[in-house]
Write a protein that binds this ligand. Structure first.
Ligand code: PEP
Length: 251
């Protein structure tokens, strides 16, 4: 049985002081999520990770938005896995489309990062999804299959049940243009089938999220899909009221 998961991606938003305030305000909500078997968390910027970790409920998932695959070295501007672990963090988003677009995050790089994360018993949230041009050209499954295969092939099978995959059609992120629930279910099921072929039965334990303009008003429909185990939410995770609405509307 896969537990439901709601993860907010704050992107480059919130000062550390604002992030701390949110963490404090979210305590009762995270307790409610726990009581209802929902895992819930946020991915703040690096500079706010410590403030959120120290002030949120211990049950809140606190994820980094990126990490380097090397432990240390001459990589100006980067942050390593041991640095995150020192803060008590276990979760990292990998391959978000904004990083793929602006920071040359390739499938191969994602693979190296996930390999390093799993070796350190951490949880990668691997984002995949097609651009608008690819969607319009009918290439969604081809693109997603390659992202899944290159990203996941050869990873340590014994640790893969902790992996989370997020299907985020790029044309739907931050645009208010939702993928229909039919598309979300169809592609999430396809991802599970590709993973089953590649990795075996562990595919049934891996949680798959939908992401792209998810809001309190539409989240229930996505989470009713059998292969959608939760949501990765950008804009609607920034205000405590709508973050709360996301949970309340799936209970
Ligand atoms: C995201 O940042 O991953 C995302 C899905 O954003 P939004 O919910 O704003 O579309």
């Amino acid at each position: 049985m896969r537990r439901k998961l709601l993860l907010g991606n704050w992107k480059m938003n919130k000062l550390a002081s604002e992030a701390k305030e949110f963490a404090l305000q979210s305590k009762a909500l995270i307790q409610k999520a726990k009581e209802n078997n929902v895992d819930m968390g946020v991915a703040p910027t690096y500079l706010s990770l410590q403030a959120v970790k120290e002030n949120a409920s211990k049950d809140m998932i606190v994820a980094a938005q990126n990490v380097h695959f090397k432990e240390s070295g001459a990589f100006t501007g980067e942050v390593s896995i041991p640095m995150l672990k020192e803060l008590g963090l276990d979760w990292v988003i990998i391959g978000h489309s904004e990083r793929r677009t602006y920071d040359n995050e390739t499938n191969e790089k994602c693979h190296l990062k996930m390999e390093a994360l799993l070796a350190n018993d951490m949880v990668p949230v691997y984002c995949v999804g097609e651009t608008l041009a690819q969607f319009e050209a009918g290439q969604t499954k081809e693109v997603v299959k390659e992202q899944v295969e290159v990203g996941l092939r050869g990873l340590d099978l014994s640790k893969l049940s902790r992996l989370v995959v997020a299907y985020e059609p790029v044309w739907s992120i931050g645009t208010g243009k939702n993928a229909s629930t039919e598309i979300a279910q169809d592609v999430c099921k396809f991802i599970r089938d590709v993973m089953r072929e590649l990795l075996g039965d562990v595919a049934d334990e891996i949680r798959i999220l939908y992401g792209g303009s998810v809001k309190p008003e539409n989240i229930r429909a996505y989470l009713s899909c059998p292969d959608v185990d939760g949501a990765l939410v950008g804009g609607a995770s920034l205000k405590i009221e709508s973050y709360e609405g996301l949970l309340n509307n799936i209970l």
